[in-house]
Design a protein around this ligand. Structure first.
Ligand code: TPP
Ligand code: MG
Length: 689
C-alpha cells in the first residue's frame, strides 16, 4: 500500500478507517467528522505537538482538547496510532497502551476505554471530558491561563520549565454555544497567545446545513475578540495546515483561531457533505466505497499498517521523547538550583499541600452579633492562600462582594501584563468561569471561582463535568438564600442547594457560623478529587460559643451534634444548615426552658455525612428519635431522607420576595416560634403513635 499512497496519506487513512470501522461495529457514533479532520490531527500531532506518548502526564506537554467530543473516535485513533501509554492511579506511566486496538473494537461498549465521548481519568491521554459542546473550549482557556500563571511562578532565567501550548478542536456547535463566546472573549482580553482553536468549518451541524441557524462571520467575530484569525481553505492540504500552525507558533500577542474548511464524511461518496455522515454509521456498502476512494483494502477492518505506527513513532514519538528528555535533564538542574520551587511543583502536580498550609487558621471568638459567612470565608481563604501559592481564583461577579479577593502583599491581579497575579477577573461570565477553572484544575493549580449562588445555574454544565472528572475545583457561592433580602426573587436561591446536592460526586457545604467556615475550608483544601460548592450568607450570623456547643470540627463529618439534651437522649431533633443553625439553637434554648429535650444537628454537608459509618450517622440522627424538624431557607426537596416519613421540614415552597430580610424571615416563617411549634407538634405525633 505504501507505494501507492504516501506514508502521510496512509496514516491519515488509518485514522479515518479506524473511526469508520469502530462506529460501524458499535452501530452508533459519528464517523463523518473524524474522516474529515484526520489530516488536521495528523498534521498537528505528528508535526507539531510536544507530547511524549510514553508519558502522557508530563507536566510540560502540549495539550490537545477535542471540544467536538462526538468525534471521539478521532481522538481514540490518534491515541492508538501514537501508541500513547496508560497511566496508573499513582500517576505512573505503564507499558500498556491507553487505547489498545481491542478497545477501539469495543467502542461505546460497557467499560471500553473508548466510551461514546472522551472521558478524563478513564482513558489516559484524554485531557478533559468533552461532549457537551463548547465546554472543551472553555477548558482550553483555563489550561492556557494555568500555563501562563505557572510560567510566571516557576520559570527562572534559563529555565523555561512550563512553556506548553494548548490546542482545541471545535465545530459549529461549539461556536454556537454561549460558553465559547464567553471564553473566547476572556482569552482575547488576556492575550493568551499560547492558545490555538481549530474550527472545523464544515457548514454541517446536527439538523443539516448550518445555514439554517448560523450565518455570522466567525472570523470577524474572533478578530473583534482580539484573536489572530488564520484561514485554511482545504482540510486535506497538510502544507497549508502546517503553515497555519506555524503562524500560531509565531504569534506572540493574541490567541489564534484557525478556520479550516472541511467536508464531513470526506471520501464517502453518498454521505460526504451531508448530514448523513453525522450521528450514524455509514453502512457496510458506503464504508467499502469510501475505503476504495482512499485506496484502502475494501474488506479490511481495523487495519493499522505497521509502517503507520513506525511513522508516528518517528514523528510525535521521537520529538516528544527528545523534548521530554531535554526537559527532564533541565529539571534536574532546576531542582539543584531551586529546590523549593521544584518541591512545590511536585506537590502541586500530585495535588498535595505545602507543609504548614493551615498554620494561619484561627478560631473565631464567640460573638452574638457575628459576621456573614462570606466575610469569615474571605478571611480564611486569605490565611490559607498565603501558604498555598497555587491556590488562585476570582469571581465572575464581584470579588469584593463574594469576599474572594486575596488582599495580602504580592497577591496581585492576573491580567495580560501580569500573569503572576493570583486574583482573577472572570468578568460577568459564570459559565466560562466554570469551564476555565476546570481547565486550570486539569493543569493542577488549585482554582476557585465565585459568584452568587443564584447564578450557579449559569455555570451548572461545567460544575457537572467537574464532578464527572473528579477534579478539585472550589466554588464559593454567596448570597445563598432569601437572606439576600431586597434584591428579591430573581436573586434569591430556592432550588439551588437541592439541585447541586443532586449532582453525583459534588460536595456542597453550607456552614452555619465563622468556625464552621474555618473547618469547611480545612476539609476542602484536603480534597484531591472532589469538586466542592461552599454556600455562604450575605447577612451576619452569630459566632457560636463553642465552649457551650459542639466543636466545629464536626464539619468534617458533614453533620454533628451541636446542642443536645442534658442526658444525651433527645426527644426531638432540629436539623439545619447555614443561617438556620443559629435559629435552631435559639429554639433549642427556649424549648429547654419549657422542659423539652431537643438536639440541634448542624448539617453543613449532606455528602460528607453520607460518607460516614452507619454507627456515626446513627449517633447523630438516632433512628429511634422520629420527632424531627429540618430548617433550611431553600426548597424542602430532599429533606425527607433525614426527617423521615413523619418528620417535618420548614423551607421554601415558592420563590422568594423583595423585602428587607427581617420581613422576609417572618413572612416565610423562619422564626423561633415556628420552629418551636413544629417541634411540639412532632412530639405530639410521637406521643400519639
Ligand atoms: C451542548 C450540546 N448540545 C447538543 C449536543 C448534541 N450534538 C452532538 S453533535 C451535534 C452537532 C454539532 O455540530 P458541529 O459542531 O457542526 O459538528 P459536526 O456535525 O460538524 O461534526 C450536536 C448538536 C451536544 N453534544 N452538546
Ligand atoms: Mg459542523
Amino acid at each position: 500500500m505504501a507505494d501507492q499512497v504516501s506514508i502521510e496519506q496512509l496514516s491519515i487513512n488509518t485514522i479515518r478507517t479506524l473511526a469508520m470501522d469502530a462506529v460501524q461495529a458499535a452501530n452508533s457514533g459519528h464517523p463523518g467528522t473524524p474522516m474529515a479532520l484526520a489530516p488536521v490531527t495528523y498534521c498537528l500531532w505528528n508535526r507539531f505537538l510536544q507530547f511524549d506518548p510514553d508519558d502522557p502526564i508530563w507536566p510540560n506537554r502540549d495539550r490537545f482538547v477535542l471540544s467536538v467530543g462526538h468525534a471521539s473516535m478521532l481522538l481514540y485513533a490518534m491515541l492508538h496510532v501514537s501508541q500513547v501509554k496508560a497511566v496508573n492511579e499513582d500517576y505512573g506511566a505503564t507499558n500498556n497502551l491507553a487505547v489498545p486496538l481491542d478497545e477501539i473494537k469495543r467502542f461505546r461498549q460497557l467499560e471500553s476505554k473508548c466510551p461514546g465521548h472522551p472521558e478524563y481519568h478513564w482513558t489516559s491521554g484524554v485531557e478533559t471530558t468533552t461532549g457537551p459542546l463548547g465546554q472543551g473550549l472553555g477548558n482550553s482557556v483555563g489550561m492556557a491561563i494555568a500555563q501562563r500563571w505557572m510560567a510566571e511562578y516557576f520559570n527562572r532565567p534559563g529555565f523555561d520549565i512550563i512553556n506548553y501550548d494548548v490546542y482545541a478542536l471545535c465545530g459549529d456547535g461549539c461556536l454556537m454555544e454561549g460558553v465559547s463566546s464567553e471564553a473566547a472573549s476572556l482569552a482575547g482580553h488576556l492575550k493568551l497567545s499560547n492558545l490555538c482553536w481549530i474550527y472545523d468549518n464544515n457548514k454541517i451541524t446536527i439538523e443539516g446545513k448550518t445555514a439554517l441557524a448560523f450565518s455570522e462571520d466567525v472570523g470577524a467575530r474572533f478578530r473583534a475578540y482580539g484573536w489572530n484569525v488564520v484561514h485554511v481553505d482545504d482540510a486535506n492540504n497538510i502544507e497549508k495546515l502546517s503553515g497555519a500552525f506555524r503562524a500560531f507558533q509565531e504569534e506572540t500577542a493574541r490567541p489564534t483561531m484557525i478556520i479550516v474548511d472541511s467536508h464531513i464524511g470526506f471520501g464517502a461518496p453518498n454521505k460526504q457533505d451531508t448530514h448523513g455522515a453525522h450521528g450514524e454509521p455509514l453502512g457496510e456498502e458506503e464504508i467499502r466505497l469510501a475505503k476504495k476512494n482512499y485506496g484502502w483494502p475494501e474488506d479490511a477492518k481495523f487495519l493499522v499498517p505497521e509502517e503507520v505506527l513506525q511513522h508516528f513513532k518517528a514523528g510525535i514519538g521521537q520529538r516528544g521523547k527528545a523534548n521530554r528528555e531535554v526537559w527532564t535533564a533541565r529539571f534536574q538542574e532546576y531542582k539543584t538550583q531551586f529546590p523549593e520551587l521544584a518541591d512545590q511543583l511536585h506537590k502541586m502536580q500530585h495535588r498535595q499541600l505545602p507543609d504548614g498550609w493551615a498554620r494561619g487558621l484561627q478560631e473565631f471568638p464567640a460573638d452574638s452579633k457575628g459576621l456573614a459567612t462570606r466575610e469569615s470565608s474571605g478571611k480564611v481563604l486569605n490565611a490559607i492562600a498565603k501558604e498555598v501559592p497555587w491556590l488562585i481564583g476570582g469571581s465572575a461577579d464581584l470579588a469584593p462582594s463574594t469576599k474572594t479577593r486575596l488582599t495580602f502583599d504580592g497577591a496581585g491581579d492576573f491580567e495580560a501584563s501580569t500573569y503572576g497575579g493570583r486574583n482573577f477577573h472572570f468578568g460577568v461570565r459564570e459559565h466560562a468561569m466554570g469551564a476555565v477553572i476546570s481547565g486550570m484544575a486539569l493543569s493542577k493549580v488549585r482554582p476557585y471561582g465565585s459568584g452568587f449562588l443564584i447564578f450557579s445555574d449559569y455555570g451548572r454544565p461545567s460544575i457537572r463535568l467537574a464532578a464527572m472528572m473528579e477534579i478539585p475545583v472550589i466554588y464559593v457561592f454567596t448570597h445563598d438564600s432569601i437572606g439576600v433580602g431586597e434584591d428579591g426573587p430573581t436573586h434569591q436561591p430556592v432550588e439551588h442547594l437541592a439541585s447541586l446536592r443532586a449532582i453525583p460526586g459534588l460536595v456542597t457545604i453550607r456552614p452555619g457560623d465563622a468556625n464552621e467556615v474555618v473547618e469547611a475550608w480545612r476539609v476542602i483544601m484536603q480534597m484531591q478529587h472532589q469538586p466542592v460548592v461552599l454556600a455562604l450568607t450575605r447577612q451576619a450570623l452569630p459566632t457560636l460559643d463553642r465552649t457551650k456547643y459542639g466543636s466545629a470540627l464536626g464539619v468534617a463529618q458533614g453533620a454533628y451534634v451541636l446542642a443536645d439534651a442534658d442526658d444525651g437522649k433527645p426527644e426531638v431533633l432540629l436539623l439545619a444548615t447555614g443561617s438556620e443553625v443559629p435559629l435552631c439553637v435559639d429554639a433549642y434554648e427556649k424549648l429547654k426552658v419549657e422542659g423539652i429535650k431537643a438536639r440541634v444537628v448542624s448539617m453543613p454537608s449532606w455528602e460528607l455525612f453520607e460518607q460516614q459509618s452507619q454507627d456515626y450517622r446513627d449517633s447523630v440522627i438516632p433512628p429511634g428519635v422520629t420527632a424531627r424538624v429540618s430548617v433550611e431557607q431553600a426548597t424542602t426537596f430532599g429533606w425527607s431522607q433525614y426527617v423521615g416519613a413523619t418528620g417535618t421540614s420548614i423551607g421554601m415552597h415558592t420563590f422568594g420576595s423583595s423585602a428587607p430580610l427581617k420581613d422576609l424571615t417572618k413572612h416565610f416563617g423562619f422564626t423561633v416560634d415556628r420552629v418551636m411549634a413544629a417541634a411540639r407538634q412532632q412530639l405530639e405525633l410521637t406521643v400519639g403513635a
